[in-house]
Design a protein around this ligand. Structure first.
Ligand SMILES: Cc1cn([C@H]2C[C@H](O)[C@@H](COP(=O)(O)O)O2)c(=O)[nH]c1=O
Length: 219
């Protein structure tokens, strides 16, 4: 049974890398499940959508880190129970585009440094031990600097700032998240994939090859 997680800040090219990795794993194993969080297509993501839309506050920091973490966790619980538990338990490899690990970047980013250790313990206990979600076997973190990812995001929305969610539109918050990502990666032994050189994004094929070589250990 394996659960591989691909993580990265908004605009890090994660969606593209998830698709390339999915194709590579499928070619090797046949049946592979790709899951994506938040699970926007499911009603279980309702509170996440309200949060990202700014219904609880226009700035991410206005929404309690633990409350927002619970919105995402419940969405994952529903997805696991309804959609991929049987496959996971049946040994089908699962590739997750974001997972519990996203809370450990974005929600952790709202808390003072002195609370980071406690939050990581709480998040793991809540989602894995209490809710029963599976622990990842491997987490790959795409390390794309915020300045570079912002330029990529602008391309995605064709310069239309209004389309960004409350995380994407808050540059200071994303910068904090880059720091918490480094902290979580180190504490939880995530594999960090460098995605830029001198402020320029690396070719997607080059990043894909780094992803594959990190995976070799597990496969
Ligand atoms: C899955 C997940 C996403 N997020 C954040 C990351 C993104 O800024 C935002 C929406 O994700 P997306 O940009 O991949 O659609 O939600 C969390 O804070 N916790 C989570 O558990």
């Amino acid at each position: 049974m394996s659960l591989i997680v691909l993580e990265g800040l908004d605009g890090s090219g994660k969606g593209t890398q998830a698709q390339l990795l999915y194709e590579a794993l499928s070619a090797r194993y046949g049946r592979v499940r790709k899951i994506t969080f938040p699970d926007y297509g499911s009603p279980s993501s309702a509170l996440v959508k309200m949060y990202l839309n700014g219904d609880f506050g226009k700035n991410p920091e206005e929404v309690n880190a633990y409350a927002a973490s619970a919105f995402y966790a419940v969405d994952r619980y529903a997805s696991f129970q309804i959609d991929w538990k049987a496959d996971y338990e049946g040994g089908v490899p699962i590739l997750a585009d974001r997972y519990t690990t996203s809370n450990m970047i974005y929600q952790l980013g709202k808390l003072p440094r002195t609370e980071w250790e406690n939050y990581l313990s709480w998040a793991q206990d809540f989602e894995y031990d209490k809710l029963g979600l599976p622990r990842p076997d491997l987490v790959l973190f795409l390390d794309m600097p915020v300045e570079v990812s912002q330029a990529l995001l602008l391309g995605r929305y064709h310069g239309d700032e209004e389309k960004k969610d409350i995380h994407e539109s808050d540059l200071a918050f994303l910068r904090d998240c880059a720091q918490t990502a480094r902290f979580a990666a180190q504490r939880l032994h995530w594999h960090v994939i460098p995605c830029s050189e001198n402020g320029v994004p690396l070719e997607r094929e080059k990043i894909h090859q780094s992803v594959l070589s990190e995976l070799e250990e597990l496969l």
